[in-house]
Write a protein that binds this ligand. Structure first.
Ligand code: SF4
Length: 743
């Protein structure tokens, strides 16, 4: 009999539902049992994707049996070979190293660098171990490189990190404004939905802002190929015209926001002529886009790394949110600022406190009440959780450089490819006294720098939950045994916790018990998931939060007024703002946040931000005259750990390349197909040139995926720099300056 399991694609934050179909094993002639055969297809019942999948989701099964790390391995020095050890031996050694670090240098010398590939249960147990039991907030995730600017922007402008929108908004909007996102390649199923809606309704407009003519830009009504680093100029120029033309929602601003006058005083110094010149676009293009903002009732903005990975990332996010506050386009169908999450469970990580400045349940490290609530829940002494945010990802590298970090625990991520300024990163990793790498695959580039390898069970081999970009939580059940001695990430963290003496804190018998404890910590918080248990997920399918445990089923929740939930987490309730007439017409309020135009700030009002444009941290100059930008290719995922090993996706994009505009190529005697050396102030790579008008003059593009395991001369991050947004601490991975030398 054929059986199937419904789960979630473990690649990107779109979070498409998958159905894995198993044909049970048959008895062979030798009386042995063969393994079940699995097939994967889109889950038509999943509310986010409705059966659609891209090539990555469709080929995921192939990655399960390629180059898996099967046993714990240990070596004392990086120039020694690994030797196989037992879980007991490696567990005792890790506990010993952590105890030694705590005794000699204190809790700040222990760091964990985790991943948006974690399930929420893995994230949660890691927080309890590091932030609770060990007393250090030195847990950061690769989300720091991906979307921490979105987190900071949402929190500062709206009072909370909850994305206000949902995927149904893709079909309900009049204007989709895509900035800094190649959605067609990076979030293909979101783009599918958007493109279908766009084709169906020619009145709906699609604007794409990107220095590169990507497949996303090809589909747009208007493509603004702005110069890298001029996003804030552009948005201020739009605001300037909206005010000049009177296309603002004064009532919404009066009742629901603060800080407009400060914002006006900033954008008034961005007249459209100046903005068009700075952005490298025509004035009529700027005016056309501002007119679309002015005349559209329902505006949805979408963004990802082009906005977030910037030394002014938070300012960019907040300036984009400003446009929504100014036009009253938030909290309504088809409206709002919508951050497209990179990783499959970066959202779950935020809910579980998976960055160095936050704690589980959308709590903040700096908030004494929040720390006390967790210390009590975790049965730990008062004051155990540090009041100081921990080391962010780059601060861990700096800590290694300065001999301040004794134990670095890396899990489900590959910093030896993905961190900026790779030569510096690698030198820092070489200095690490003790690096643990917990991963499903071997070899990886980061394994080169590890003393310990811990085999991790991955998607399909452990049960847990993941939350996608639209706050939908999906149960991801195990459907096969982990290979070799691999274990779930949360089980490994819990085992080390018990070895360090925290038996009571880590006495979990199953992932379901972990989730039960975690969701209790979301009670009465914005991300309330007390009604999203394994049982409800198994019975009802994926559910969006907030979903308190007293809530009726998702279908019935459609009738629930969102304001009832919001009122409960407002820290300082004030006189309620009168709901606007169209809020009452909102027919699916559970899908969106802020539908009553109240925000979880002390006074219930959203905040305008007033940031001047700063431009790139590294500006072009005569020595390094071109701006390098980088990005993902449709068939590949991050550092190729999976997709590089899958025949179909590897064949789609066999080699990295350099895109250069014909004008820039001609000046340097570069022809299509020539080998070119790309140099920055930090390093160099060697690539074949693709001469194309798809990239704006003055800018070049390299895909981000290749590490030294695949090609030792194509690591884009050999070129990038670590200058980061001072608020979100997200590095400006998207842009640095380079020179080209024809070989
Ligand atoms: Fe997976 Fe993202 Fe593709 Fe959906 S769009 S199948 S989540 S990689």
């Amino acid at each position: 009999m054929t059986q199937s399991v419904k789960t979630l694609c473990p690649y990107c934050g779109v979070g498409c539902g998958l159905e894995v179909v198993a044909t049970p094993p048959k008895a062979s002639s030798k009386s042995t049992i063969s393994k079940p055969a699995f097939k994967v297809r889109g889950d038509r019942s999943h509310p986010s994707s409705k059966g659609m999948v891209c090539v990555k989701g469709a080929t995921i099964l192939e990655s399960l049996d390629k180059d898996r790390l099967l046993h714990p391995m240990l070596r004392d020095r990086l120039d020694e070979p690994f030797r196989r050890v037992t879980w007991d031996e490696v567990g005792d050694r890790i506990a010993y190293e952590i105890r030694s670090a705590l005794q000699t240098k204190g809790a700040d010398s222990v760091c964990m660098y985790g991943s948006g590939q974690f399930q929420t249960e893995d994230y949660y147990i890691a927080q309890k171990l590091l932030k609770g039991c060990l007393g250090t907030n030195n847990f950061d995730a690769n989300s720091r490189l991906c979307m921490s600017s979105a987190v900071a922007g949402y929190m500062q402008s709206l009072g909370s990190d909850g994305p206000p929108c949902c995927y149904d908004d893709l079909e309900e909007t009049d204007l989709a404004f895509l900035i800094g996102t190649n959605t067609a390649d990076c979030h293909p199923i979101v783009f599918n939905r958007l493109q279908k809606a766009h084709k169906r309704d020619r009145k709906m407009k699609l604007v794409v802002v990107d220095p590169r003519r990507t497949p996303t830009a090809e589909a747009a009504d208007v493509h603004l190929a702005i110069r890298p680093g001029t996003d804030i100029d552009l948005m201020h120029g739009i605001a300037h015209l909206l005010l000049r033309w009177g296309h603002i929602d004064a009532l919404f601003m009066d009742e629901c926001t603060r800080g407009f006058s400060d914002y006006v005083s900033v954008f008034q110094s961005y007249p459209p002529e100046l903005v068009a010149r700075r952005c490298g676009i025509r004035l009529d293009q700027l005016e056309a886009v501002a007119k679309l903002w002015g005349k559209s009732d329902r505006i949805l903005s979408l963004w990802s790394m082009g906005i977030n990975q910037s030394s002014e990332g938070t300012a960019k996010v907040r300036t984009l949110i400003n446009l929504h506050l100014m036009t009253g386009t938030i909290g309504k169908p088809g409206c709002g600022p919508f951050s497209l999450t990179g990783q499959p469970n970066a959202m779950g990580g935020r809910e579980a406190g998976g960055l160095a400045h936050i704690l589980p349940g959308y709590r903040m490290v700096k908030n004494p009440d929040h720390r006390a609530e967790l210390e009590q829940a975790w049965n730990l002494p008062a004051g155990r959780i540090s009041p100081h945010p921990g080391r962010d990802a780059w601060a861990m590298i700096r800590g290694l450089e300065q001999d301040e970090v004794n134990v670095l625990w890396v899990a489900a991520t590959n910093p030896a490819v993905s961190m900026p300024d790779l030569e510096r990163t690698k030198k820092a990793l070489e200095r690490s006294p003790f690096t643990i790498l917990q991963d499903a695959y071997f070899p990886t580039e980061t394994a080169h720098y590890a003393h310990v390898l811990l085999p991790a069970a991955q998607w399909g081999e452990k049960t847990g939950t993941m939350t996608n970009s639209e706050r939908t939580v999906t149960l991801c059940p195990a459907f096969r045994e982990p290979p070799g001695e691999a274990r779930a990430d949360w089980e490994i963290f819990a085992d080390i916790g018990r070895r360090l003496g925290f038996e009571a804190q880590f006495a979990f018998a199953s992932a379901a018990e972990v989730r039960t404890e975690f969701i209790e910590l979301t009670r009465d918080r914005l991300c309330d998931q007390t009604g999203i248990t394994y049982e409800t997920l198994a019975a009802e399918g994926p559910l969006q939060w907030p979903q308190p445990d007293h809530a009726p089923s998702q279908t019935a929740v459609k009738k629930l007024e969102m304001r009832d939930v919001l009122e409960r987490f407002l820290p300082h309730p004030t006189t309620p703002v009168q709901p606007f007439a169209d809020a009452e017409k909102n027919d699916t309020p559970h899908k969106r946040l802020y539908t009553n135009y109240r925000f979880p700030t002390p006074d219930g009002r959203a905040r305008f931000a007033a940031f001047h444009a700063q431009g790139l941290a590294e500006a072009p100059d005569p020595d390094y005259p071109l701006v390098l930008t980088n990005g993902r290719l449709y068939g590949h995922w991050h550092t190729l750990t999976r997709t590089g090993r899958i025949e179909k996706t590897a064949a789609m994009h066999p080699d990295p390349f350099l895109e250069v505009h014909p004008r820039d190529a001609k000046r340097r005697d570069i022809e299509d197909g020539d080998w070119v050396e790309v140099r920055s102030r930090r390093g160099k790579v060697r690539l074949k040139a693709t001469v194309t008008k798809a990239i704006a003059p003055g800018t070049v593009f390299i895909p981000m995926h290749w590490g030294f395991l695949w090609r030792d001369d194509a690591e884009v991050n050999a070129l990038t720099h670590p200058e980061a947004c001072p608020i979100s601490l997200e590095p400006e991975l998207k842009a640095c300056t380079v020179q080209l030398v024809s070989l």
